[in-house]
Ligand binder design. Structure first.
Ligand SMILES: C[S@@+](CC[C@H](N)C(=O)[O-])C[C@H]1O[C@@H](n2cnc3c(N)ncnc32)[C@H](O)[C@@H]1O
Length: 204
């Protein structure tokens, strides 16, 4: 298992391979792209922050917007700067060097299940700080595989380095500390199960 884990880490660190394998496992992200379009404001001119953006696989959805992606992995950010439209910053999501109230909406996809509760709280506090009052955070995070016959899903979670894959109730509790959950659902993307929540920031 350890060997498999380090192989996955190595493959994941390569932006092209990371995009390629995830797209296969998640049916080209059709389900995820559909809910992002449904639950974020896709109008031109909106300001969107993608926290833990990886190599920027979703930046094309926001090409008529002021889109900023932030990720800790420099290889991903270098790749995104060369291949994607938007602004990309190499940064820890727990402390981002961007101004208060800079964005109308914040996307967080597949980041928090890598982080402890304490770090998750720090990321959510940063997202809230950078969002306008009344803005939204759309968080889509891994939950344990829901169907016992989803063997690939179970295996992936066993070997992936998402040490903090939580049940829905735990994410809900953390999100409730920063705002009001106004949309939520559990959904399947390829072999992966997720909890989606759109969290409305306080207006004042
Ligand atoms: C599963 S990937 C998801 C990437 C992207 N959202 C996507 O779906 O393609 C998790 C991402 O979180 C990033 N990450 C992990 N810890 C981070 C942190 N503290 N700050 C910023 N990014 C982080 C990793 O570098 C990786 O790109």
């Amino acid at each position: 298992m350890k060997l498999l884990n380090s192989l996955i880490e190595k493959v994941s660190d390569h932006p092209v391979l990371f995009i390629f394998f995830r797209a296969i496992l998640e049916n080209d992200f059709k389900a995820i792209r559909a809910v992002i379009r449904r639950d974020l404001d896709m109008s031109p001119g909106k300001r969107t922050l993608d926290l833990g953006c990886g190599p920027g696989a979703f930046s094309d959805l926001f090409e008529h917007q002021d889109y900023v992606g932030a990720d800790l992995n420099k290889r991903y950010i270098d790749y995104a700067r060369e291949n994607r439209r938007g602004t990309f910053v190499c940064s820890d999501a727990r402390r981002v060097d961007l101004p208060d109230a800079r964005f109308d909406q914040v996307l967080i996809f597949g980041l928090l299940h890598h982080l402890s509760d304490e770090d998750t709280r720090a990321v959510l506090a940063e997202a809230k700080r950078m969002a306008v009052p009344g803005g939204v955070i759309l968080a889509i995070e891994d939950i344990p595989a829901q169907h016992r016959l989803n063997l690939v899903g179970h295996l992936l979670h066993a070997i992936e380095n998402g040490e903090h894959i939580r049940p829905t109730a735990d994410y809900r509790r953390l999100y409730g500390e920063v705002g009001q959950i106004e949309v939520e659902e559990e959904l399947r993307s390829g072999v992966c199960d997720y909890y989606l929540a759109r969290i409305r920031m306080p207006r004042a």
